[in-house]
Design a protein around this ligand. Structure first.
Ligand SMILES: NC(=O)c1ccc[n+]([C@@H]2O[C@H](COP(=O)([O-])OP(=O)(O)OC[C@H]3O[C@@H](n4cnc5c(N)ncnc54)[C@H](OP(=O)(O)O)[C@@H]3O)[C@@H](O)[C@H]2O)c1
Length: 313
């Protein structure tokens, strides 16, 4: 299959491009040359490339910045997603659009399923709900994949760290850490989500799909597990109040109900995915650049540039 990955240097986009190139021809698309707010630029790509499927892993995810710039948030997360879905429809390509758990208000107290009604609390979440609705209504072959809080090894262009790195960095600067014990999340590894999407890419299920790591934990439990997996002795204590200034759902766990019904659920439990992420980080750092490069197929070598800036090898 010919597959385009939009936002191919984001946390998830990079993992998707990497996983998909093993079996497919991948067109990695970057913000500079494929901007969701530039219709003519996107159209030019569709006119010059024959794609069977487009994965939209691009978006504005910084919640604070979305609150400050709601027009920009909607331009990218809602209208940009809509335009991309329209172009997919006119090219008869499948459109797989990534959304999030933050579209729920957290009042339910048991994991959310695909049929639960969104009730967004923030500008970011509202823009994501609008994006979901646009994509589903504009493209017949659309699948919206909702996931939990993501962490991936790919360094973002703006230099911002993923949540695991943030916690590890804080531990180097503070004698003890405090994280909320009242906000429950589904931390999800970008690698695991990319593998899950690869599992159904040839025949996307359509409609809304929940795909997050199994289980749920508080921010405090998540930080404690990171400390124990990295043999870090910095203690992590529960903080009664969230330090977040934005309203955040108290409970945003997703149940992968449709994936399970379809027999397609390959998501790991969050602890296992976290272990694998931390283990892979350390293993990769120990490998030499030549050994890694030599082990790649010719097709894979094209992706080396995408990854080499992540590691000091
Ligand atoms: N992060 C999470 O915790 C989380 C949780 C659940 C779901 N999601 C969803 O999963 C998807 C991927 O998240 P992520 O964490 O991998 O994101 P990320 O690392 O922030 O990457 C986002 C990508 O989108 C690109 N982008 C931003 N504006 C664009 C535009 N106007 N046109 C084209 N590309 C643009 C960025 O490029 P530049 O850096 O060059 O601007 C970057 O490559 C998003 O849809 C997000 O809503 C994220």
């Amino acid at each position: 299959m010919n597959i385009a990955v939009v936002g191919a240097d984001g946390q998830l986009g990079a993992e998707l491009a990497w996983e998909l190139q093993r079996e497919h021809t991948v067109f990695p698309l970057y913000h500079e040359t494929f901007d969701l707010t530039n219709y003519a630029q996107m159209q030019e790509f569709f006119l010059t490339h024959d794609v069977n499927c487009v994965l939209n892993a691009a978006g504005l995810n910084d919640k604070e910045s979305c609150e400050k710039n709601p027009l920009q948030a909607f331009a990218v997360n809602a209208l940009g997603a809509r335009d991309l879905a329209r172009l997919c429809q006119s090219s008869r390509a499948a459109c797989i659009h990534i959304s999030c758990d933050a579209i729920f208000d957290g009042e339910k107290e048991v994991p959310y399923v695909e049929t639960d009604r969104p009730s967004p609390l923030t500008v970011y979440a509202n823009s994501k709900v609008a994006g979901e609705n646009f994509v589903l209504s504009e493209c017949e072959k659309a699948t919206v994949v909702r996931s939990g809080i993501l962490y991936g090894k790919h360094q973002r262009r703006d230099g911002s760290r993923n949540i695991v790195e943030e916690i590890l960095l804080k531990a180097t600067k503070n004698p003890e850490l405090y994280y909320s014990d009242s906000i429950l999340i589904c931390p999800t590894s970008a690698v695991a989500l990319a593998k899950q999407i690869c599992a159904f890419i040839a025949d996307p299920p359509g409609g809304i799909i929940h795909a997050s790591c199994h289980g749920a934990c508080s921010w405090c439990q998540f930080a404690q597990r990171i400390m124990s997996l990295t043999n870090n002795i910095t203690p992590v204590f529960p903080a009664s109040q969230s330090s977040e200034s934005l309203r955040e759902p108290l409970f945003s766990a997703l149940e992968n109900r449709r994936l399970q019904q379809l027999g397609l659920d390959v998501m790991p439990f969050w602890e296992e995915a976290l272990h694998d992420y931390l283990h892979a980080e350390w293993s990769l750092a120990r490998m030499t650049e030549s050994a890694r490069f030599a082990s790649m197929t010719e097709n894979s070598q094209g992706f080396w540039n995408l990854f080499r800036r992540e590691y000091t090898l």
